[in-house]
Design a protein around this ligand. Structure first.
Ligand code: GDG
Length: 489
């Protein structure tokens, strides 16, 4: 039994199949697992999540009941079958909640059978966590796939301390209120002792929503007619509180996530940036983009801005190269398939217009890339383009900045990313306005060298000093205080 249980959609592992067909489960490193591993090991921790392969689907490896990693982490797989994958994961999580919480970049779909699956699968995760948690343990639930888990867990195990963290944005209340099942989702979140967001503005949106949920009668939803909410939405503040339907005080706060800065800085020191520059033809200006191929990331706008800058001669096609890594993501969801076609069409068009033999203006990679290769690209790039239409935080820009401890490079950053509130040396842009993106790119190209170095040094220090350990520690400390005391700080 565990004193600390992390519940996340995915376990931090992936199956590897050897030539003889034997399957091993290998750790897939990421900021979250790096930050949480020491805490989990110190507190007899466990991680509950989906191992990434569908149960009962031929050809997909089946996970054992427990996986123990080399470091000694205990991982507990939750099974999803093909139906769950389609309706819970691709459906409600990624075609309803993802676009809704990102503020309607594409239209969310509201399907009753997806919702039923979401409830059912959330139950499964909550049961798995309840089985692993010691009496009085702490359970930390992660992200939008599992918003009902805190409420279900609270009913199953009133002895637990429960935290919830949302990794993506939380929109203005009038947007969230579109969701036909909004009361149940809010009630699910209010099962936690602490609900955390990246930004004050998202915490404020949630508090404002709780303050004013129209038309809910307590008989129907179990929510009181007026939730008592402290923490005014008009004033930016780090924390507030809501009184849950059962009378508990639920704290609401902001905890901006970061990366394993020391590790990235150390590995970047060994990255062969010269190799990337050589392979891209030693351009005068090397631009880079690294994103999951997701419509929230603004890849198309970035390509269009690049195209216009080449077309007008602001950037010289003979001297400028863009490397765009667009990692495959959610490929069976219709909006993602459409986006891929549009992006690849644009890459083809732009190379068709401006490339010479042996010298494409865009190098496009639509495959997962080893992290050390990404670090080489980060090190090599003169300008990093992060033009998300909406992004909870965005870790790519923090990784880029961590790779530039020598104060080289420049960051073009969308003002709609969480990171924009922290990285004040970036060239900010509004990705909905192509002129703004073009201006930011050209400001980075023509920046005064001393100013550019000062900007990057400032951002590097920010990321170096605010890493993912600090994030996890702050959340867990606030969670312990919330459970002990309730109410805002
Ligand atoms: C969600 C929120 C929030 C990407 N391609 C490859 C690869 N990556 C790695 C990057 C980075 C991570 O994936 C992407 O993180 P982001 O933060 O940029 O974006 P999301 O995946 O949308 O993450 C986001 C985050 O949660 C944390 O709370 O910041 O706002 O949307 O670390 O390096 N890594 C490797 N190969 C790739 O091809 N190895």
């Amino acid at each position: 039994m565990a004193e600390l249980v992390v519940v996340a959609n995915r376990l931090p592992v992936a199956p590897a199949t050897a030539a003889d067909g034997t399957v091993t489960w290998e750790a897939s490193p990421g900021g979250l697992v790096t930050a949480l591993t020491p805490v989990l090991l110190a507190r007899r921790g466990a991680w509950v999540g989906w191992p990434g392969t569908r149960a009962g689907v031929e050809g997909e490896p089946q996970a054992p009941a427990e996986i123990v990693t080399e470091e000694g982490l205990h991982l507990h797989p939750v099974e999803l079958d093909g139906d769950d994958y389609e309706r819970f994961y691709e459906g409600f999580a990624n075609a309803t909640l993802w676009p809704l919480l990102h503020g309607l970049i594409v239209a969310p779909r509201y399907e009753g059978d997806w919702w039923e699956s979401y409830r059912e699968v959330n139950h499964r995760y909550a049961l798995a966590a309840a089985e692993r948690a010691d009496h009085g343990a702490t359970v930390w639930v992660q992200d939008y796939q599992l918003m009902l888990v805190p409420g279900i867990l609270r009913q199953l195990r009133p002895d637990l301390t429960i935290g919830f963290f949302l990794h993506i944005p939380f929109p203005a209340p009038e947007i969230f209120r579109q969701l036909p099942w909004r009361e149940e989702v809010i009630r699910g979140l209010l099962g936690a002792d602490l609900v955390g967001f990246h930004l004050d503005s998202c915490a404020d949106n949630f508090l404002e929503l709780c303050r004013n949920i129209p038309g809910h009668g307590s008989a129907h939803t179990g929510l009181p007619d007026t939730l008592e909410v402290t923490g005014a939405s008009s004033v930016r503040r780090a924390t507030g509180a809501v009184t849950a339907p059962d009378g508990r005080r639920v704290r609401v706060g902001s905890f901006p996530i970061s990366i394993d800065s020391a590790k990235v800085i150390e590995r970047a020191g060994r990255a062969d940036a010269a190799r990337v520059r050589r392979l891209t033809g030693d351009p005068a200006v090397l631009l880079a983009g690294v994103d999951r191929l997701d419509y929230t990331k603004g890849i198309l706008r970035r390509l269009e801005a690049f195209e216009e800058l080449l077309a007008t001669g602001a950037l010289d096609p003979a001297e400028t190269v863009l490397v765009q890594v667009a990692t495959p993501s959610r490929e069976r969801v219709a909006d993602y398939r459409r986006l891929r076609a549009e992006v690849e069409h644009a890459v083809g068009r732009i190379n068709g217009r401006f490339a010479e033999l042996g010298r494409p203006v865009i190098h496009y990679i639509h495959r997962p890339v080893a992290f050390d290769r990404l670090l080489e690209l980060y090190r090599a790039a003169d300008i990093m383009l992060v033009t998300a239409l909406r992004d909870g935080m965005n870790l790519v820009c923090k990784e880029y900045v961590a790779c530039h401890g020598d104060a080289s490079g420049a960051l073009v950053l969308s003002e709609f990313t969480g990171a924009a509130t922290e990285l004040d040396g970036a060239h900010l842009c509004n990705p909905h306005d192509i002129e703004s993106v073009k201006r930011a790119v050209m400001a980075a190209v023509h920046a005064d060298p001393a100013d550019a170095r000062e900007r990057m040094a400032r951002m590097h220090a920010q990321v170096r000093d605010h890493d993912v350990d600090l994030w996890a520690g702050a959340f867990l400390e606030e969670l312990a205080a919330a459970h002990a005391g309730g109410g805002p700080r």
